[in-house]
Write a protein that binds this ligand. Structure first.
Ligand SMILES: Nc1ncnc2c1ncn2[C@@H]1O[C@H](COP(=O)(O)OP(=O)(O)OP(=O)(O)O)[C@@H](O)[C@H]1O
Ligand SMILES: [Mg+2]
Length: 269
């Protein structure tokens, strides 16, 4: 991937500050990931649907899981819709992080649903989902969100769903309808997008990034033989935000972020 435009020196805008700050601040979904909240001027505007795009192993799932755990801790019911990894394995992996407590799962604050199981139960059997089947999927997610009072949702991954919604106009329609349902319910969503190391876009079909309210990009940068995970907010509707690049570290206490100091040799992706 071409390195996103450099914005060295761009500082996180203070809450309520900056030329682009709206007169009325939108309610925030405080992610609970301190570094991320700082560069988002306090959090993701509530109800936003955000793409978390990155190549393999860049930390997409870990970021999304921490977002949900931090939300559940704050009393916001959180739902993880998993396509690529089984829930049991995800919970096992989560238990290695210090910020995770198993009670969040047992008391229903943090809910995991395996989408392949849901597909089976709903009888969504066509390799390429029909319009009717897409409608069933949206209504099922909507009902889950409404019935459980879900305030944070993760779909890991939108790409996997996108492989079964093959036409651009259908993925556009799916996302527009899902986005409306979620924002009506005051639910903030992260949709994982798997992209290659040198992509020319942020999603499978290329239409997804235009529809979502935000794009958080993760990639691997190489510096003197080491791999650094780097994060950048490409867009986030409804708030001012930093456009700078940040080095991300996945630690037992959660995701830590520091400004990406550039100018080293061998930087790239
Ligand atoms: N429990 C953990 N403790 C420490 N580091 C971890 C832990 N879980 C994941 N990591 C680190 O994060 C990396 C991948 O994280 P993650 O699974 O979130 O990435 P991803 O972008 O979702 O990957 P994929 O594209 O394969 O789904 C691992 O390779 C490892 O370096
Ligand atoms: Mg993942």
């Amino acid at each position: 991937m071409e390195a996103p435009p450099e914005n060295a020196g761009v500082r996180p805008a203070p809450v309520g500050g900056g030329l682009m700050a709206p007169a009325t601040q939108l309610e925030r979904c405080v992610t609970g990931i301190e570094g991320l909240d700082n560069i988002l001027s306090g959090g993701i505007p509530r109800g936003n649907m955000v793409l978390v795009a990155g190549s393999v192993g860049t930390g997409k799932t870990t970021l999304c899981l921490e977002f949900l755990v931090r939300g559940a801790e704050r009393g916001e019911r959180s739902l993880f819709l998993s396509v690529t990894e089984a829930s049991d394995k995800l919970i096992q992996n989560l238990s290695t992080f210090e910020f995770f407590r198993a009670e969040l799962v047992t008391n229903g604050s943090l809910v995991f649903v395996d989408l392949p199981v849901l597909y089976d139960r709903l009888g969504l059997e066509h390799e390429e989902l029909t319009e009717e089947e897409i409608g069933i999927l949206i209504r099922t997610i909507r009902d889950l969100v409404r019935q459980l009072g879900v305030k944070r949702l993760v779909l890991d991954s939108l790409t996997s769903v996108g492989y079964r919604i093959r036409r651009d106009e259908r993925i556009r329609d799916f996302m527009l309808r899902l986005g409306l349902e979620l924002s009506d319910a005051g639910c903030t969503a992260l949709l994982v997008s798997e992209i290659g190391p040198t992509p020319s876009r942020y999603s499978l079909h290329g239409v997804e990034e235009a529809i979502v309210d935000g794009v958080i990009l993760l990639w691997n940068a190489r510096r003197q033989g080491d791999i650094l995970r780097v994060l950048q907010i490409i867009k986030m509707r409804g708030t001012s935000h930093s456009q700078a690049q940040y080095v991300v570290e996945l630690t037992p206490i959660g995701l830590l972020m520091a400004p990406h100091l550039k100018g080293g040799q061998g930087e790239g992706q």
